[in-house]
Design a protein around this ligand. Structure first.
Ligand SMILES: [Zn+2]
Length: 580
């Protein structure tokens, strides 16, 4: 039957069968004989996934950890910079478990171990005396780059975001075979969002079920006829609010759906009913939700993305921002000032380390328990921390003077007493070219200090400045094509802006009306939003190639809605109007 339906032949020698322990040996034998395939113990893999998940999840999935470990080892001989390691982690290591994570919720202790391995790989300097020291935990590294982290992945959150995709499919594509199977077994009387874990769940269902909290968080209903959307507990109000199951009306409304609150003929809220059931505030929220006659079918919309479709990336962001909530680890400084510089990545990484206070200066190493002198290798000052090395040491001051930046730095020494503050201030308040030179000089000073410490090389201030300038020039030359493209894009934007400013409309960014091509008409549309009267106004106007008025129309709707919805409605009605 399978062969007839699919047009594919079954290869019997490659096929296997395994039995539950409850099947008697005799029955097993006869089935095996009839099918003429090999009986196995069921511990193999199918399509790269374990076909049986036993009691110890960690043992079942430890092969992922082994693979990550092998990959890291294969790189250990290569001398990778921090920037190189960043690329390896982001493009290779983090994505190794993703296939398995799209089906299974991996145990937290296994994910922890994988994160620890990646963290060790990131910090390993290979040969220096601080080998193996982890200056920041993975949690802190997984904060977004603009908030002080490195933007590495929190694997547990990523796992949930991947599983959410399956849950989202159960919710939005209930007619697929896999959705039907799961529905029949685990949520025959509700949808995925309303499902319960149930009795004796399989590991796969347990995994996908665990992502419900994220899917639930990112979903809102787009209301068609409203029947089938439970009034209680589902996110159908506003942009994804729901009436909690704990609310006083919950028990009476348990069996009713949103459709019962709508005049189906006109597709308007039944205001009388809504106001009689709900307290004033909730009622108003409901009545303020616009209903659109052109939406016929109830549909789950993914609110974390503009196009309404689930994406793992947006679900991950939602997880990190709202569910895991790593806000306490975010540091609100001018981090993007580092990352947007057009200089070699290794320099940006080094500046980032200074600002995270994890550059291995003598004082830092002392604090981490390394037994070494705390004095500056360049001037013997007893306290070599990043503030001294970059802004106080005679060498540094000489370098800033030679490079012509001292007048910017000197006044800041009175205001700030640690290096990150000065760096952020300068990055935020200098022009791009200056900021780039400044960052590269920080790197060059650090380089010079290391040369003295490890190879006993003495450099002059002009050596240090020249190295930085050469590095910037070389890098710009190597990346000239991309830089040119970027600056062209910026120029185009600037030209558009200035063109608009010359026109009759003085608001920046607004273009002047342009004539349509010969023999054509142009229809312009605008929407206005009157919050005080709770109305949305639409205006549309058709003009010919000479700019002469042809036809116009205004419409209004209540309640008022979000700006992009209003503009979209404007387009919709204009197209219908032109069509008529
Ligand atoms: Zn010094």
């Amino acid at each position: 039957m399978y062969e007839e339906a699919s047009g594919q032949a079954i290869s019997l020698p490659k096929s296997e069968i395994f039995y539950s322990r409850n099947v008697q040996q005799q029955t097993q034998n006869s089935i095996t004989n009839i099918l003429a395939v090999q009986a196995v113990l069921g511990t193999g893999k199918y399509l790269g996934l374990p076909s049986m998940v036993g009691r110890s999840k960690k043992a079942t999935f430890s092969f992922i950890k082994d693979r990550v470990w092998q990959r890291i080892n294969s790189w250990s001989s290569k001398c990778l910079s921090k920037a190189g390691r960043e690329v390896m982690i982001k493009s290779v290591l983090q994505s190794m478990p993703s296939y398995v994570m799209s089906i299974f919720r991996l145990p937290n202790n296994l994910l922890d171990e994988i994160e620890k391995m990646m963290n060790a790989f990131w910090w390993d300097h290979g040969g220096a005396n601080n080998k193996g020291m982890h200056w920041l935990s993975w949690d802190k590294l997984s904060v977004h780059k603009n908030h002080g982290g490195m933007g590495f992945k929190d694997l547990a959150a990523f796992n949930v975001a991947m599983l959410g995709k399956q849950g989202w499919k159960f919710q939005t594509e209930p007619d697929t075979l896999v959705a039907k199977v799961f529905k029949a077994k685990y949520f025959p009387h509700s949808n995925y969002l309303g499902s319960r874990l149930g009795h004796n769940p399989s590991f796969v269902w347990r995994s996908i079920f665990s992502a419900k909290v994220v899917v639930r968080h990112g979903t809102r209903w787009s209301i068609g006829d409203g029947f089938g959307i439970p009034i209680i507990g589902d996110p159908w109000i506003g942009t994804g609010l729901s009436i909690p199951v704990t609310s006083p009306v919950a028990t009476q409304l348990q069996r009713y759906s949103v459709g019962h609150l709508i005049h189906q003929g006109t597709k308007m809220w039944n205001e009388e009913v809504v106001r009689s059931i709900f307290e004033a505030e909730t009622a108003q929220q409901i009545l303020d939700k616009p209903l659109f006659p052109q939406v016929n079918v109830n549909r789950s919309v993914w609110k974390a993305k503009k196009n309404g479709h689930y994406s793992v990336r947006s679900a991950y962001r939602l997880c990190m921002e709202e569910i895991v909530d790593n806000s306490h680890m975010r540091k609100e400084e001018f981090w993007c000032g580092i990352w947007k510089l057009k200089i070699p990545p290794k320099i940006k990484n080094m500046v980032w380390r200074v600002c995270c206070e994890c550059l291995p200066t003598q004082v830092r190493l002392n604090r981490r328990g390394v037994n070494c002198p705390s004095s500056c290798v360049l001037c013997n000052d007893p306290h070599e921390d990043s503030y001294h090395m970059f802004f106080h040491c005679g060498t540094a001051v000489g370098v800033w003077r030679t490079a012509g930046l001292w007048h910017l730095i000197e006044p800041l020494l009175q205001r700030y007493d640690d290096a990150p503050e000065i760096i952020f201030h300068l990055l935020e308040n200098s022009v791009q070219v200056q900021a780039e030179l400044f960052a590269t000089l920080l790197w060059s000073i650090w380089k010079s200090r290391n040369l003295r410490l490890w190879q006993n090389v003495n450099e002059t201030n002009s050596n240090i400045v020249a190295r930085a300038k050469h590095l910037i020039e070389d890098w710009r030359f190597a990346n000239r094509k991309q830089l040119m493209r970027e600056s062209q894009q910026q120029n185009t934007a600037a030209v558009t802006l200035s063109y608009a400013q010359q026109g009759t409309v003085s608001r920046p960014g607004v273009c002047r009306w342009q004539r349509p091509a010969h023999g054509r008409f142009m229809c312009n549309i605008d929407a206005s939003f009157l919050v005080s009267t709770n109305k949305l106004g639409l205006g549309m106007c058709i003009r010919d190639e000479e700019g002469c008025f042809v036809l116009a129309k205004t419409m209004w709707f209540s309640p008022v809605c979000l700006v992009d919805i209003g503009e979209a409605l404007g387009l919709y009605h204009a197209v219908r109007w032109v069509h008529d």
